[in-house]
Design a protein around this ligand. Structure first.
Ligand SMILES: CC(C)(COP(=O)(O)OP(=O)(O)OC[C@H]1O[C@@H](n2cnc3c(N)ncnc32)[C@H](O)[C@@H]1OP(=O)(O)O)[C@@H](O)C(=O)NCCC(=O)NCCS
Length: 239
């Protein structure tokens, strides 16, 4: 008898993106010395939709084995692991870090369900990468995707950074590179970002990363028991 795991169909998609695309990133020095805004041409070749049927070696999952490179000195990305939870929670438990987000955590274990989702085999499962500071190999932030729609070829980006690293251009460089990669890796035509109306820093990160403001979503998400207004930003693969 053949189980659904025996023949697993994997879709590999890539999109045509105009070669004139220039992605803004802001490589500043990792520890505070500012740099210049740089525009980097991205050469993206067109690959037609391919459908590859393989005999599954084991369950496919939504872990990312080859993370995109980030154009920022000393900063890299890798799959977020359960062992990162203490480091992640250490800053997510700070009120001033989450005040402009819908995070509502009480303990490290509240983060565990995310890792079950990362290990899922569903295309619509969340993805999450750790942001690594090369100086000491420390995890200093995360970036990932949720609200993934296979039918609409769209997803929402989410990220966070330990407060010691704010204001250095790291989030903008990471978000820009990650979004560009997501278009190619998953064939998305739209990646959106929603920010609480008071989260001016995150809104700037999205604008720095080529996202356009599309409007305000009233009472869009519950923010620790109260409905919050969120601003919708999006970047298209054709932008
Ligand atoms: C949002 C966050 C990721 C930004 O990280 P970062 O590395 O400081 O971002 P960057 O340095 O790339 O850019 C931040 C920009 O916002 C600006 N900014 C920051 N706070 C601001 C504020 N209160 N008002 C206006 N602009 C602000 C910075 O000056 C900078 O602008 P610039 O590009 O013109 O220099 C970080 O603050 C964070 O992790 N916050 C907590 C979690 C969070 O809010 N996640 C996003 C949820 S939607």
């Amino acid at each position: 008898m053949t189980s659904h795991l025996d023949t697993e169909v994997i879709f590999i998609r890539a999109l045509r993106v105009p070669p004139r695309r220039r992605v803004l990133s802001r490589p500043k020095h990792p520890h505070g010395r500012s740099g210049r805004i740089a525009a980097h041409p991205v050469d993206i070749s067109f690959h037609p939709l391919k459908r590859l049927s393989v005999q599954a070696q084991g369950p496919a999952h939504m872990r990312i084995t080859k993370a995109p490179e980030v154009d920022y000195p000393g900063i890299s990305l890798r799959q977020l692991e359960r062992t990162d939870i203490p480091q992640w929670y250490a800053y997510l438990s700070k009120q001033h870090v989450v005040q402009h987000t819908s995070w509502n955590l009480s303990s490290e274990s509240d983060l565990l369900p995310m890792f079950d989702a990362i290990d899922s085999t569903l295309f619509t499962s969340i993805r999450r990468l750790a942001i690594i500071d090369g100086v000491n190999d420390n995890m200093i932030g995360t970036i990932g995707l949720h609200s993934i729609s296979e039918a609409n070829k769209s997803a929402e980006v989410a990220y966070d950074l330990a407060p010691e690293f704010w204001g250095k251009g790291i989030a903008s460089a990471v978000c820009s590179a990650f979004t560009q990669w997501a278009f190619l890796e998953y064939g998305f035509i739209r990646v959106q970002g929603t920010v609480l109306e008071t989260n001016l820093g995150s809104a700037k990160v999205l604008r720095n990363s080529g996202f356009q403001f599309e409007g305000r979503l009233r009472s869009f998400r519950i923010v620790r028991t109260k409905p919050g207004n969120f601003d919708m930003y999006a970047r298209l693969s054709t932008d």
